[in-house]
Write a protein that binds this ligand. Structure first.
Ligand SMILES: [Zn+2]
Length: 275
């Protein structure tokens, strides 16, 4: 039986800009039995176009959110209501999450986040929205584990995942305590990522998710190429090794977890956890 991989974080509309043929690629993957793909926003206002391009594949679902770019932070009072409007206007069942959004404190050199208060408020506004719309959230958190966990703790009714997890086991523990799922991407396979691999080994199996964040972060041995959802196989292989499990059991578990968190009926999930 073909493995039913799930990719919980892809930017499908970027594939063509990196020289890939997204429709040839997705057609081939789904024909070979690929499972669910969650297509995540890149910028505000792109939801309708993404649904138009990719809803022809029944296993693709959509998430929309506002990444903390400086311009978006500045324009938050205008953009968050637009986000709410585009989600409400989407065909029923298409949008399964709010995201990605969160905190990004990764800076090169001396540069600081220009407006940390605004960034925090943009995150809080979207957590409020998620609560109102009863949608799980896809959280981006880079170089800001404590601040991220502190904000999420104030929204105990909101469920979600920490995407492209880049922290160690202590931080993973803090997010797990808040009820969050942890999703690992291609950087799990990178040489300098032993702390991420340690985290992957310790996440309970019912809280683990796997993704590509394609076209970014192509896993080893594909590093340097634009990533696509099919490369998630490399992330599964390494995660199975780290967790001393077989890849079939792992794929079934991830499909089940995806179904549980996003409220989807997923192919390949174990009977019990598939809704
Ligand atoms: Zn992303």
């Amino acid at each position: 039986m073909a493995l039913l991989y799930t990719d919980t974080h892809a930017h499908l509309s970027l594939l063509d800009t990196r020289g890939l043929d997204s429709h040839a690629l997705l057609g081939g993957l789904f024909k070979s039995g690929f499972g669910t793909i969650i297509d995540v926003s890149l910028e505000s206002g792109d939801l309708a176009a993404r649904i138009g391009a990719f809803s022809r594949y029944p296993a693709v679902r959509f998430a929309s959110g506002l990444w903390p770019h400086e311009q978006v932070i500045r324009d938050r009072y205008r953009l968050v209501p637009i986000l709410e409007g585009e989600i409400n206007a989407a065909p029923p069942g298409m949008v399964c999450a709010l995201g990605e959004f969160g905190l990004d404190h990764h800076r090169t050199g001396e540069q600081e986040q220009e407006d940390p208060t605004g960034e925090r408020e943009l995150m809080e506004m979207q957590l409020d929205l998620a609560q109102r719309l009863s949608l799980p959230v896809i959280i981006h958190s880079r170089d800001a584990p404590r601040e991220t966990a502190g904000i999420l703790a104030a929204y105990p009714a909101v469920r979600g995942l920490i995407h492209c997890f880049s922290y160690g086991p202590a931080e993973a523990g803090a997010f797990l305590d808040l009820g969050y799922y942890i999703s690992f991407a291609g950087n799990l396979t990178y040489k300098n990522a032993s702390h991420i691999r340690e985290s992957c080994a310790m996440v309970p199996r019912d809280r683990l998710l796997l993704e590509t964040d394609c076209p970014f972060l192509a896993p080893v041995p594909c590093r340097g190429k634009p990533a696509h959802p099919g490369m998630v196989e490399e992330v599964y292989k390494l995660a199975a090794e780290l967790r001393h499990t077989d890849i079939h059991t792992l794929a079934e578990q991830i499909a089940g977890n995806t179904g549980t968190l996003f409220g989807l009926r997923t192919k390949g999930a174990a009977e019990s956890g598939s809704l």
